[in-house]
Design a binder for this molecule. Structure first.
Ligand code: ITT
Length: 194
């Protein structure tokens, strides 16, 4: 089955394709002729995921889904949260975001954090939301070269390596996105949409 994934993030695309497997062929906005940035101006992950999927539906008329993800740090009252992409600047600058996060946690003993992903799926005239959460902690310095974003700073509970020190399959097995996408896949399978 072909399905449109409303993302411009190549890392996300690869992670989601790996979880969904060969039964699903992901189509990017660009492959549908949508070149512009997809808007995400809502105050919640749910709102942003929904805004992105509805935008792409309006532009293409196709069934599609979108993922919005945030890193919620306990000692920072849930920041950067819905602002994770633009924490340090307006430009999705992963290195600057990580530097700012470490600076804001300097001398802070409570390193608890979680990643949360919300997926909005639009099929026909129905919308369905799927959530995936992983609890963990923020380490003192970056470690590892895999993954993207805050991965070099996040160690999931039960592990002793950051997401950036894991293979893509290891990350997907425990990650927020892996969990949300497995719920999405189960839903699609149950509807017989293979
Ligand atoms: P799209 O909206 O095009 O899907 P994006 O990169 O803007 O791509 P999000 O708004 O969902 O995606 O993500 C916000 C930021 O959170 C993202 O830029 C990363 O910095 C971070 N992030 C998201 N998922 C992550 C992951 O699995 N590991 C580490 N950081 C992640």
């Amino acid at each position: 089955m072909k399905i449109v994934f409303a993302t411009n993030n190549a890392h996300k695309l690869a992670e989601v394709q790996a979880v969904l497997g060969d039964a699903y062929e992901l189509v990017t906005p660009r492959m549908c002729g949508v070149e512009e940035e997809i808007p995400e101006n809502q105050p919640t992950l749910e709102g942003n995921a929904s805004e992105k999927s509805h935008y792409l539906r309006a532009r293409t008329g196709l069934d599609c889904f979108a993922d919005d993800t945030g890193l919620e740090v306990e000692a920072l009252d849930g920041a950067p949260g819905v602002h994770s992409a633009r924490y340090a600047s307006d430009g999705h600058d992963f290195a600057a975001n990580n530097r700012l996060l470490l600076r804001n946690l300097e001398g802070v003993a409570n390193r608890r954090a979680r990643f949360r992903t919300v997926i909005s799926l639009l099929v026909g005239d129905e919308e369905h939301l799927f959530e995936g959460v992983v609890e963990g902690r923020i380490v003192e310095r970056e470690s590892g070269a895999e993954g993207f974003g805050y991965d070099p700073l996040f160690v999931p509970d039960g592990c002793d390596r950051t997401f950036a020190e894991m293979s893509p399959d290891e990350k997907n097995a425990v990650s927020h996105r892996g969990r949300a996408v497995r719920k999405l896949a189960a839903f699609l399978r149950a509807r017989g949409e293979k």
